[in-house]
Design a protein around this ligand. Structure first.
Ligand SMILES: [Zn+2]
Length: 328
């Protein structure tokens, strides 16, 4: 890369001494111990090569290493503001949340909170479902709405406040589905976007003592939509789903299905036990829908065919008659 670029990537930087100035190395060390964000590059320092780069001409080679990853991504720019904070994981391990963004995205109402948002997400998902396995999580302000990669997300540089929280939380949530649990998004989008939207719901509620609200659980509002026979069932492959319906079919409906199981059908304790077990068992593997259904039922100890069939494979109401048969 040109000497005056900063590179962020999936995985851990292997040769910081060769590519970062002494000032950046010191600040990186400080950020690794801090729960508050620490500026690695302050807004007024962007372009100050003497302060930030170990050399003043030519190119630098950045080495990154990542394990158990189905993909990687990187971003490179000479216009990055860069900040970071420590991520505290349940086992006691630490990781690092980093954000890079241009001056246009700066400010506490905008990307100035990106690191706080990302750290909260990764810590929440680690606590609730499965520990984050990667050494860094990077949020990059970019010219897309939001796109996920293992350990690195691109979110819109224009997003601010709750919308930046929402997209950051969603894209980091994808580290669990489909990065850790290697779901096939092209065939079974609901096991990817739907499961992610489900875990986002609880992360949303937990963030900063409920600073933002999430109305996903108002299932009643959507009842007509969900049972409308002109809508595709959730199990429809996404390239066969009308694009206008995809948000409901692949994101909202499967998320609501899991939410109903957790809140009303199975209960928190049994649901969480089964869902955690599914993630742990299928981490770094590639489950199909039947693997999820089978594993979940096996751990819960209950036949849920009546629920899977109506909710994921059709637009039916839940088949209470067949549930009655199972229970008697
Ligand atoms: Zn998504």
């Amino acid at each position: 890369m040109p000497y005056d670029h900063i590179v962020v990537a999936s995985g851990e930087l292997q040769n910081p001494r060769q590519v970062l100035s002494k000032t950046l190395l010191d600040r990186m060390e400080e950020a690794a111990k801090s729960d508050e964000r620490v500026y690695l590059i302050k807004p007024e320092e962007v372009g100050d090569n003497a302060l930030l780069r170990p050399k003043q001409e030519g190119t630098l080679t950045w080495h990154f290493k990542m394990e158990n990853s189905r993909d990687i991504a990187f971003a490179s720019s000479k216009a990055f503001i860069w900040d970071a904070a420590r991520i505290n994981l349940p086992s006691g391990k630490k990781a690092m949340l980093q954000s890079v963004y241009p001056k246009e995205s700066d400010g506490y109402e905008a990307w100035g909170r990106s690191t706080e948002y990302g750290k909260a997400s990764v810590e929440h998902y680690s606590e609730m479902w499965y520990e984050y396995p990667y050494p860094v999580a990077v949020n990059v302000a970019a010219n897309v709405g939001g796109m996920e990669y293992p350990g690195l997300s691109f979110c819109s540089y224009r997003s601010k406040g709750e919308s930046l929280w929402g997209v950051t939380d969603h894209e980091f949530g994808h580290n669990w589905f489909p990065m850790i649990v290697g779901t096939d998004e092209r065939r079974h989008a609901w096991m990817d976007e739907g499961f992610n939207t489900f875990i986002n719901y609880y992360s949303y509620l937990a963030f900063n003592d409920g600073e933002y609200t999430n109305n996903l659980i108002q299932t009643r509002r959507y009842a007509n939509w969900l049972t409308n026979e002109n809508r595709e069932p959730t199990a429809t492959h996404p390239d066969r789903t009308q694009s206008n319906n995809l948000g409901m079919v692949a994101y909202m409906k499967p998320a609501m299905g899991l939410m109903m199981l957790r809140e009303y059908v199975i209960g928190h304790e049994r649901f969480d036990n089964a869902f955690r077990s599914y993630i742990k068992t299928w981490a770094y593997k590639h489950p199909q829908p039947a693997d999820f259904f089978n594993h979940f039922e096996h751990v819960v100890g209950e036949n849920l065919d009546y629920f899977w069939k109506g909710w994921f494979y059709s637009n039916d109401n839940i088949d209470l008659a067949s549930m009655g048969c199972i229970l008697t």
